[in-house]
Design a protein around this ligand. Sequence first.
Ligand SMILES: NC(=O)c1ccc[n+]([C@@H]2O[C@H](COP(=O)([O-])OP(=O)(O)OC[C@H]3O[C@@H](n4cnc5c(N)ncnc54)[C@H](O)[C@@H]3O)[C@@H](O)[C@H]2O)c1
Length: 307
Amino acid sequence: MASFNRSSPVNCDVDFNTKNIENKTAIVTGGANGLGEAYARALVTAGVTVVIADRDIKAGKKLEEELTGVKFIECDTTSWDDQVRLFEAAASFSPTGKVSFVIANAGIHRKDEVFAYTGDGKPPEKPDLATIDVNLIGTLYTAKLASHYFIKQNGQQPSESQEDTCLILIGSGAAFLDCPRAPQYCATKWAMRGIMHSLRGTAFYYRSRVNVISPWYVKTNILSEEAFAHVTSVGVQFAEASEAGECLLRILSDSTINGRSFFVSGKKWSTRGYLDLDIDDYQRDPLIESIQKDQVRSAPVEMGLFV
Ligand SMILES: NC(=O)c1ccc[n+]([C@@H]2O[C@H](COP(=O)([O-])OP(=O)(O)OC[C@H]3O[C@@H](n4cnc5c(N)ncnc54)[C@H](O)[C@@H]3O)[C@@H](O)[C@H]2O)c1
């Protein structure tokens, strides 16, 4: 049972077996391109049935045709109705009728005008908050539907008959680093850790887990060619999409991994291109640990899933 206890970092420098996730079903939002595509491809190699949700119909259909055991569902994650339909379609496509893993990957990065100063003496214009809509609101819809399906499948009373389920949230370097000029993107990526902290202690009631994967720079469509070329020109080494895919399998195949943040670092900072950041626990800081104890004093985990 993956009830949450503060543990030492997961060793990511080991071989692992994906046998126990074979024949499970996963949803990958934003799975038609880039890192989402890499998650989908990795899952397929592990024998997982994959439902890709994306608003890019052309790329999604192409992947569906190419990969065995993959279904594409057109879906804009900012639409609640689209996501309800997505989960219904995934449950009916699943050979077992169950959805075991949900990878809430759909995300965008836009020029962020929240703090831009127009300086023309007029009141500033209302900022475009599309990044919040996709990266945060869309992800919360996905997280809500994931927990709904996990609870529907497993009930709320821990028992041996429950089957492992896992929600994966996608952070970024912007989920733990200083990233100037990107307040929305940073806010949404830190928020992934916030959602994880809020779920990880009680997810065991429905035999679930929640973890964050934070990729370093990976060449995808999220930034323009010029933007990536600029990052390369100043000497930054990129990570590979396939390393993110392997990181996902490492987490899913070990049902004891819960409540942790992983960094897809590339080979510069780890042997396999990903590592457990170990940034979400308190035991090394007695002050924060003590505050955390008081935080849950009025509503401890033992009170149940919904208080
Ligand atoms: N590439 C990087 O360097 C990097 C680094 C850190 C984090 N990330 C995160 O990884 C995730 C994937 O990014 P990527 O680099 O693969 O980007 P990408 O642009 O290459 O792919 C994103 C996919 O999501 C889809 N998508 C976007 N908004 C959607 C919506 N509202 N509904 C459905 N589908 C939608 C797009 O159509 C596309 O297929 C994002 O959450 C991003 O923030 C990427």
